[in-house]
Ligand binder design. Sequence first.
Ligand SMILES: Cc1cc2nc3c(=O)[nH]c(=O)nc-3n(C[C@H](O)[C@H](O)[C@H](O)COP(=O)(O)OP(=O)(O)OC[C@H]3O[C@@H](n4cnc5c(N)ncnc54)[C@H](O)[C@@H]3O)c2cc1C
Length: 396
Amino acid sequence: MPWIAQICDKVCTMMFEPTREAGLARLNAFTADGASDYGRLRNFDIGPKQPSTVSQLSPWIRHRLVSEQEVLAQILNAHDPAQTVSFVQEVFWRGYFKGWLEQRPSVWEHYLIGLDRARENISADYADAISGRTGIACFDHWCAELVATGYLHNHARMWFASIWIFTLRLPWELGADFLLTHLIDGDPASNTLSWRWVAGLHTKGKTYPATAENIARFTEGRFDPAGQLANIAEPLVEPFDHPLVPLTAPSKRFCDDALLLVTPEDCTPQTFIAGQPRDTLGMMILRPAGLAASFTKGAVEQAGREVTPRQIIEAALQAHVSHVVTAWAPVGPVATILATAKTELAKEGITLHQVRRTYDDLTWPHATAGFFKLKKKIPQILRDLDLGSRSATSHP
Ligand SMILES: Cc1cc2nc3c(=O)[nH]c(=O)nc-3n(C[C@H](O)[C@H](O)[C@H](O)COP(=O)(O)OP(=O)(O)OC[C@H]3O[C@@H](n4cnc5c(N)ncnc54)[C@H](O)[C@@H]3O)c2cc1C
């Protein structure tokens, strides 16, 4: 597709290498050059060719090649607390969405059902939308940028989802699937719940309407879709509530006398699960699209010997271990696969342990309502993580 080639030619700043070193290098660069202006500039999407106004750390954080805790520690250590408030809060949005979906897993199940249903009635408008042929220049550009780079600025994601739902009037599940497939940071919780937030399903009745003025202002005039966008953004409704399910207690096991299983949900479990594993296995789930799939593959491959879920049993039997230890997989495809693997392993007398990071244990319990509930706890969580001294007075 020629438009993808055009964007590729232009993308010089946006390379995502699936290694921890590359993630740390990006964190260092952002700490030095971007963090102090983040609060002022973060809503501007000035285009893939320009230096970013945001950190672009999400591909590494999402797969936990670099953890939220490390990012927070470095930023809080390097900057005046007043300059970090906005960035720190944004980092906590990821934990908020993960914790929220973990406690309302039926949202993910209903998304998958809705996606299957929507796929049965694919329209020509959908084909135009995902090929960047709607005639709405900004939307068509973001479509091409997404496919070419595996990344979109947060504001572009919000505008994209809003135009998809309210102007193009396409099923939100198809749009969420399109992003989840192509984003290198594609994340079941952040993606699904952000789409639902735009649609008025997360904060019930409150939608996010994309406006031409807002797009023109925050793209610095690169786009101005005046007269092309829906004027009304009526909230979508669903005829049921999603029950709150208590968080499951994680395992505390270390990985001595066990196999360590690395998944795309957490590519550095050895940084918080103590012990020397007999072997380290890397289990990946490949999504169809190019850049997202190759980043995930690269990240998991680095960590350990590649296995399919079925080969985990074989590897455990060969290594003569009766324990497989892995990082907790939050609600999503990896968690679904691990649930099946756990049952199959148990039949062979092998226990699968899922160990959770302290950051998640401290964050998720507060993700039961709106973000504000978690936001109020940020100073305490930072103190509990021993990151609080510099930030304690600055956060509400
Ligand atoms: C429709 C839609 C779909 C999205 N899909 C995804 C997705 O699949 N995966 C994903 O990781 N994020 C998703 N987001 C959230 C957000 O857009 C990205 O996390 C952010 O743009 C990543 O870029 P960055 O690292 O430069 O962020 P920065 O602005 O530099 O923020 C730093 C970090 O904070 C976290 N963060 C910031 N904003 C958000 C947010 N709104 N929600 C959750 N975490 C946040 C991320 O870990 C990010 O790396 C989506 C947002 C929308 C509106």
